[in-house]
Write a protein that binds this ligand. Sequence first.
Ligand code: ADP
Length: 430
Amino acid sequence: MKLGCIADDFTGATDLANNLVRAGMRTVQTIGVPDQSPDGQVPADADVVVVALKSRTVPAADAVAMSLQALHWLQAQGAQQIYFKYCSTFDSTTAGNIGPVTDALLDALHGAGQGFTIACPAFPENGRTVFKGHLFVGDVLLSDSGMRDHPLTPMRDANLVRVMQAQTRRRVGLVPQDVVARGPEAIRARFAALQAEGVGVAIVDAVDNADLMRIGLALAGMPLVTAGSGIAIGLPPNWGVTPGVAADRLPPAQGPRAIVSGSCSLATNAQVQHFRQAGGAALALDPLALAAGRQGVAEALAWAVPRLAQGPVLVYATAEPAAVLAVQAQLGAARAGALVEVTLAAIACGLVQAGVRQLLVAGGETSGAVVQALGVQQMAIGPQIDPGVPWTAVQSPLANGQPLHLALKSGNFGSTDFFSKAFKVLGPAA
Ligand code: ADP
């Protein structure tokens, strides 16, 4: 195994796997750390294994323990370099988890307090750029983007040096874009200078793919890389891998189509609205009604299943920030989030049992809940729908031995017509 990856949520893992597949790396994604069972075996010819965790919003100590377990498994498989993947909007609470996990991985690889790594969430193809240490989402600072209202990880500071410094025990420094522009040698020289100053984590600027390629070359041989998925496009050349034979082939897709959405991100709100306006069959879940028992899994399935024959159905809890705040004021953010996740996961399971074989899930946390409920252990990565979102093929005990096509969409990803466009990528409806 060339590269061993630890991703802090499931959509993030597929986003990373998608970039690696496009760059020519044979990539397998596992849900959690594989066990010893035959189902846990990863193909021997994989260049990369991406271990998908659901560690973004758990307490920092739990995120550290899960990440170290993944590290030890990847090391036992012979991974030559470790990649800790987080969101391209650096999603984290004030208590972590990016800093604590980075510290723990560096400690494990280099010794307590030792070692050096980078932190770079840039993904220019998706509008995430880092300049002078500040993260931009499209044309605005992270702190002015929709991320400031995220239900679980509101991001109100775009200065990544400051954000990271609040989370890590190590000193944080910066590799500015003018250094990146000068190429791998200059970047490496800056790494060395920062290390000599006692810096353990360097935020690295990147504004376009050329920057990512230059940074990638400078990372050859670095035991730990921490980044969004963008940096991955620059790493394959270090192993002589170039984009070539399609590494993204999946079995043919068939069967009914459905979408479940628990993402409240701006992009998802627009996608839900677009789907509804185009006449798509859509059912809104109300967390307060769920909590009061006035709405539930059985009612949602009774609504959705008879409609499957007519085309994709959408079940969503997606709501605008004001509505989310109102729900959170009554239920608390954590309880509201967990309630919606559990409900959507149960609905997704019911839909698959009712015959759905092409399932789109919107929301990182939501995807984690759905994939775990479906009992998915591994995902083969297929064609890209939009940057960061590929179709995958999985096995689920609920799918009668048939392949299930699954796409996990991180909240902020995808064009406005994503929900209809996604299924076209798999071919015409059966
Ligand atoms: P994203 O990828 O957009 O961040 P996630 O699924 O990771 O989406 O996070 C969204 C969180 O918001 C989930 O925990 C979800 O259960 C919760 N949520 C979804 N709809 C609502 C709602 N209407 N009110 C409150 N919380 C909600």
